[in-house]
Design a protein around this ligand. Structure first.
Ligand SMILES: *Cc1c(COP(=O)(O)O)cnc(C)c1O
Length: 386
């Protein structure tokens, strides 16, 4: 019997520890981890740089509140801005919280410039933006819009990769468009490059802010520090979380030139946001993701994608994704049955969207480990193939 609320389908075994791309359960069984805590543990488990950084920080200072200046948050904000085109940063604790803040930021920008009523946020079908009320409303999937009525007003949905549908939603009330450049939970679906280019143009022309949710795609996952770099755009606002803290909870809102001065004293806040411990971990992550590291991610991503394609399984309908954010959609085999069979054989994978198996290994994964993963998937798919 468990005293935890019944929100998750938990495993019958307990994970006790991990090292690099492997985790261990209470019976000593090992699992090759192609989930990385759902794109969180970018540097794998028990990475010495992160462990050392947080151990040293724990002996100095955990928390003093945002009334005081501290070193790590300043340093992390500077590094994030200097490695992107952004002007400044607000730190939160999670993805949903970062998105909530981004929505507030966009609405205030519009209010300051155009007054009341220009507050609508357009998001895309199959998107996922988090579980708090506004982030849940922003999430473009009907299955999430039950029970919790009333939802906040001012959210509209356009069909993913459909410019006409987007244009139909845009009006003089539109304040921002919020997108994932590769939809994660929705099924590992990268947006069309042409679609993004057109959407970007529309945003510029109409002074609609472009919010890119990089909570899953950001921090090296796609082989670039940010996925927007693949699309030749610079969004007005980017949200981060997941991999940023390498396993500690931290979220961030990056603001471009347009809205860098939008939040003023008292407009937004977060007790734990940017605390010294989580930012120490994030600094260790950011310092590790140099050009050479990211080039390896790209190489390993291409290797994994080629290997999935080479499985040549008739039940694989499509292989999708960028860098080490990959998925394959199945037809005739349930993704959940692959999830369960893989776990039995010591491989952790994720599911997503429409019958898709999603692979999000730690970015430090090796080619040997990729081979092992493919071997297990090959066994499973051959056994289940129709
Ligand atoms: C995980 C995720 C979120 C929500 O992050 P939480 O930290 O769980 O609140 C939001 N957007 C995207 C794209 C995500 O993948």
């Amino acid at each position: 019997m468990s005293y935890l609320m019944n929100n998750y389908k938990k495993t019958s075994f307990t994970i006790t520890h991990g090292n690099a791309s492997t985790v261990f359960d209470d019976s000593g069984k090992q699992y090759l981890d192609f989930t990385a805590g759902i794109a969180v543990c970018a540097l794998g488990h028990n990475h010495p740089k992160i462990t050392n950084a947080i151990t040293a920080q724990a002996q100095k200072l955990l928390h003093v509140s945002n009334l005081f200046a501290t070193e790590n948050d300043e340093l992390l904000a500077e590094k994030l801005c200097k490695s992107s085109g952004f002007a400044n940063v607000f730190f939160a604790n999670s993805g949903a919280e970062a998105n909530e803040g981004a929505i507030k930021l966009a609405r205030k920008y519009s209010f300051d410039k155009y007054g009341e009523g220009r507050h609508e946020i357009i998001t895309l079908t199959n998107s996922f933006h988090g579980r708090t009320l506004a982030a849940l409303t922003a999430t473009g999937q009907d299955k999430f819009h039950k029970y919790f009525m009333p939802f906040p007003e001012g959210f509209l949905y356009a069909e993913t990769n459909n410019l006409q549908s987007l244009n139909e939603q845009i009006s003089d009330k539109t304040c921002a468009i919020m997108i994932e450049l590769c939809q994660g939970e929705g099924g590992v679906t990268p947006l069309d490059k042409n679609y993004v280019a057109e959407l970007y143009k529309i945003c510029e022309q109409k002074d609609i802010l472009l919010i890119v949710d990089e909570i899953q795609t950001g921090i090296g996952r796609t082989g670039k520090l940010f996925a927007y770099e693949h699309f030749g755009i610079l969004p007005d606002i980017v949200t981060l979380a997941k991999a940023l803290g390498g396993g500690l909870p931290i979220g961030a809102i990056l603001a471009g030139e347009k809205c860098k001065n939008t939040f003023c004293y008292g407009d937004h806040g977060s007790t734990f946001g940017g605390n010294p411990l989580c930012t120490a971990a994030a600094l260790a992550v950011i310092d590790t993701l140099d050009e050479a590291f990211l080039a390896e991610v790209t190489k390993k991503g291409e290797y994994l994608k080629a290997k999935i394609k080479a499985l040549n399984c008739p039940n694989i309908k499509e292989v999708r994704g960028i860098g080490l954010m990959l998925g394959f959609e199945l037809d005739g085999i349930e993704n959940t049955s692959v999830y369960t069979a893989a776990m039995e054989q010591g491989l952790l994978v994720l599911t997503a969207g429409q019958n898709t198996v999603r692979l999000l290994p730690p970015l430090i994964i090796t080619e040997t480990e990729i081979d092992k993963c493919i071997q297990i998937l090959d066994n499973i798919l051959k056994e289940k193939a129709s």
